[in-house]
Write a protein that binds this ligand. Sequence first.
Ligand code: ZN
Length: 343
Amino acid sequence: MFDTAIAGSLPKPSWLAETEKLWPEWKASGAELDRAKADATLLWLKVQEDAGLDIVGDGEQSRQHFVHGFLARVEGIDFEHKVKRGIRNNRYDAMLPQVVGPLRLAGRVHATEARLARAHTGKRLKFTLPGPMTIVDTVADRFYGEAKEGRIRMAFAFAELLNQEARALEADGVDIIQFDEPAFNVYMADAAEWGVAALERAAEGLQCKTAVHICYGYGIKANVDWKATLGGEWRQYEQVFPALSKSSIDQISLECFHSHVPPDLMKLLDGKDVMVGVIDVASDVIETAEEIAATIGQALRFVPKERFIACTNCGLAPMRREVAEAKLVALSQGAALARQRFA
Ligand code: ZN
């Protein structure tokens, strides 16, 4: 009861890449970089296991960014001529690669790190991929057209490629495949209208558990400032959860602790496993076991015990490494206290 897991990303060690950055530069190249990525993956597996987490992942150590890591292996994308654009409804600027032609996978994307992680842990292994709608929001397009129909066609084209990689990850022994869709909390009407359908296309045919992570973003300043404009009650989930509840996706990851999400919105996820964020990724303060157990107790008013998973609000990538390590330990201790209290 009360399994623990992280949303996905973890900080990169300073010998692998720049620290505390969303798009960090690697510190090496070629075979040396490949070795460093593998070492960092093993290191974080060990830290997650030592912390006592039930579900572990590769911490996204082999990708520069949670979206662009996948795109690096997609043909039809020009990474040489990136353009500066506002993303997440202009919340912050990013340098975006451009879609310039038909999309096709050049080969496997994450085989190396997935197989490495599988070979080195007996715990349940979760692997993350970006969701189709969030990919569409994190590229510039010169091929599909800016009209809504073009964006939908592009999302389904990406969904097909995600599905290819997801099926291969399943064959590699991954237990849970999670798609990250922060864009669902920005374009709620589109998410309900076609985003969830594109997500289901990405997950089509998978026999392993499938999940979607929807959050208010990493703990970077642009997101913290944006959250301050959202008022006293964040009801974005209310527009998307009904469509997700009807979907084939097994698990939903949401932001909870220190957010203004009304906890009763979790009721809309009837029949799903719910990964509840009990760790704040926008603060370096380490949560106490008491705080985490209290958050879990509050969520249990709306989520059945057997469907509850304790999780982080979002990825920990831009945080300091020692802070992230302490938060993993806190997550595990908080869930242990909740087990004593609510089991
Ligand atoms: Zn997130």
